[in-house]
Design a protein around this ligand. Structure first.
Ligand code: FES
Ligand code: FES
Length: 194
């Protein structure tokens, strides 16, 4: 008879007389998940998004990316890695580019957020959007809104004149289609006409 009988570990314990550490973790995990799921902290946050004040109630643990996509339905901002590694989720917060998957929405109460939807319209593209079209700076387009948001922020950042300088400052934005030469060409065109 095992000492663990009734704890969820009795089958393994009675089979070979030993209970591994891994088995203990597996047995206790459901209880932890249930506890956290019943205590969802709800917060209210006010964001100025693309020129309009938006009041939303959301889980205090929600990222700014999820607030934009799931609560405000601004799906132009993309979720690529959700870990700060691809740049697809880039938006501007108070004029500076930020990976929105890496910051909580509740940290930005009162802040000014710009997404790709606030940059231009189909009839009046931002010069950077027009340059991406002109230079074919995309293929599938999944990374493109993040690329353009980063590129527009780059215009106000200290950046040397060469293509290598642009590549360095755009290195946080990954394009799996490999449209990098065209992206750099688009950015350089806008920089030269600025
Ligand atoms: Fe945010 Fe990839 S989704 S960096
Ligand atoms: Fe497809 Fe960049 S255009 S990932």
């Amino acid at each position: 008879m095992s000492n663990n009988e009734g704890s969820g570990l009795s089958v393994d314990a009675s089979r070979d007389g030993q209970t591994s550490r891994r088995e203990v973790v597996i047995a206790s995990a459901p209880a932890r998940i249930a506890t956290s799921a019943t205590a969802r902290p709800i917060s209210r946050v006010s964001l100025n998004v693309n020129g309009a004040v938006r009041e939303i109630e959301l889980d205090a643990r929600a990222t700014l990316l999820d607030a934009l996509r799931e609560h405000l339905h601004l799906t132009g901002t993309k979720k690529g890695c959700d870990h700060g590694q691809c740049g697809a989720c880039t938006v501007h917060i108070n004029g500076r580019r930020v990976n929105s998957c890496l910051t909580l929405a509740v940290m930005h109460d009162g802040d000014t957020i710009t997404t790709i939807e606030g940059l231009g319209t189909p009839d009046a593209l931002h010069p950077m959007q027009a340059a991406f079209v002109e230079h074919d700076g995309y293929q599938c387009g999944y990374c493109t809104s993040g690329q353009i948001m980063s590129a527009v922020a780059l215009l106000k950042e200290p950046c040397g004149p060469s293509d290598a300088d642009v590549k360095e400052l755009m290195s946080g934005n990954i394009c799996r289609c490999g449209a990098y030469p065209n992206i750099v060409a688009a950015i350089q065109q806008v920089r030269k006409s600025d």
